[in-house]
Design a protein around this ligand. Structure first.
Ligand code: SAM
Ligand code: SF4
Ligand code: SF4
Length: 387
């Protein structure tokens, strides 16, 4: 094992195929029949509302906190196409998840816009309805590099909203963070394209690493304040096992809010929905009260203020494994069920069983875990299950 430039251990150069890399849990084919009340609860009484669907494990960026170049190089064993869930398989699962209470689908990856014909998947998902006949909330997280080309077609297919990841406004900082020399101007243009296409509620996610983009917080806030785009700051997380995470690099959200409000006063806003990951802060006007015309920011404090108690999210990996926590090391193999002769009722009962036994809450435990566990070598990568 070698050392990275920041003294964090580097993973072994031989990276096993997914099947040996991550643990698999067999989804039951004989789970007891569960009525479709839309009120599935886990062992901590948390409902299932939000399904994040990873449509590819590939990406055209190499953000060091997610897919460091020295690990995700040309020898990295990405999934072969036949391993990926097809759009029909995803949609079939989506229909069953809705019956169990899911109301939001977020497409992610890897870079979701690299998946060929993604608009066709969006069209299929947007045709689904809740038992009350309502459409679902369909959103997407993207690095924005292909938005100029694809925003209109995604909107036309039924995409409602988009979140664009952008870690700084300074071109040199941004190019070094994406590590493929991608210019910031093209991502900003992608955000404009999303707006022009009529996508509403555009959010921008900025991961903050102390040593890298601390000086980008204020320029980013100044740039997006009053534009209708909500900027959200994410604490750098110890996801996966390849990014060499250490606590020293994390800027606690409380400190970020303090720094920001010294120049642009902020007032705390109520959550807009239960289980929301971001804490909302509104820009104050000259009277000291929230001024909606200036808009708001969000802080996602996954490291310093765990929000597991309300976590209503599940993640479907690119090859159809269901993960009940971002920090899980094992996923439930739904693809085998989909590719067997199991009917929808069998799959539905399996999902109910899987969610019913969930008790995850990694972020609540992080501080009390030994260092090796907090840098778990088995933990799935974010590019594989999506953010
Ligand atoms: N490629 C797309 C993108 O970058 O938006 C979608 C996938 S990416 C894994 C989803 C989100 O996870 C992005 O907003 C990214 O910034 C965030 N992310 C990735 N690694 C992270 C880490 N170590 N800590 C915090 N956020 C991270
Ligand atoms: Fe790619 Fe998104 Fe990960 Fe960056 S954060 S490497 S854009 S998947
Ligand atoms: Fe949910 Fe796991 Fe994140 Fe807690 S650590 S909020 S359980 S995904």
């Amino acid at each position: 094992m070698g050392l990275r430039h920041n003294n964090a251990p580097m993973v072994d150069r031989v990276i096993p195929l997914v099947n040996e890399r991550y643990g698999v849990l067999q989804a039951p084919t004989d789970a007891p029949s569960t009525p479709l009340t839309g009120q599935l609860l886990d062992r901590r009484a948390r409902p299932l509302r939000d399904l994040r669907i990873s449509v590819t494990d590939r990406c055209n960026f190499r953000c060091s906190y997610c897919m460091p170049k020295d690990v995700f190089d040309k020898n990295y064993p990405y999934l072969p196409h036949k391993a990926l869930l097809s759009f029909e398989e995803i949609t079939r699962l989506g229909r069953i998840f809705i019956q169990h209470g899911v109301r939001k689908f977020r497409l992610t990856g890897g870079e979701p816009l690299l998946r060929k014909d993604l608009d066709q998947l969006i069209a299929q998902l947007s045709a689904l309805r809740t038992p009350e006949g309502e459409a679902l909330d369909i959103t997407l997280t993207t690095n924005g590099s292909l938005l100029r080309r694809k925003a209109q077609q995604l909107k036309d297919a039924g995409l409602n909203r988009v979140t664009v990841s952008l870690d700084g406004l300074d071109d040199a900082v941004f190019r070094s963070m994406n590590d493929v020399d991608f210019p910031v101007a093209d991502v900003l243009d992608g955000i404009d394209a999303a707006r022009e296409a009529g996508l509403s509620d555009i959010k921008v996610n900025m991961v903050v690493k102390r040593s890298t983009n601390l000086d980008q917080i204020l320029p980013m806030a100044r740039h997006f304040r009053g534009t209708g785009v909500t900027l959200r700051f994410i604490e750098y997380m110890d996801v996966g096992a390849t990014n060499g995470w250490c606590m020293d690099e994390v800027l606690p959200s409380a400190e970020l809010v303090k720094r920001l409000s010294a120049e642009m006063p902020l007032v705390q806003l109520d959550p807009s929905s239960p289980g929301e990951t971001a804490q909302r802060w509104g820009y104050a006007g000259t009277d000291g009260h929230y001024d909606p015309s200036l808009g708001e920011i969000g802080v996602i404090s996954s490291v310093t203020q765990a929000f597991c108690g309300d976590c209503n999210r599940a993640r479907l990996s690119t090859e159809g494994r269901l993960y009940l926590c971002l920090f899980a090391d094992k996923g439930w193999d739904l693809r085998s069920l989909l590719r067997s002769d199991a009917d929808d009722a069998t799959i539905s009962n399996a999902l109910a069983h899987i969610w019913g036994q969930r008790s995850d809450g990694y972020s609540e435990l992080r501080a009390s875990l030994p260092a090796e566990a907090a840098q778990g070598r088995q933990r799935v990568e974010m590019s594989y299950i999506g953010g």
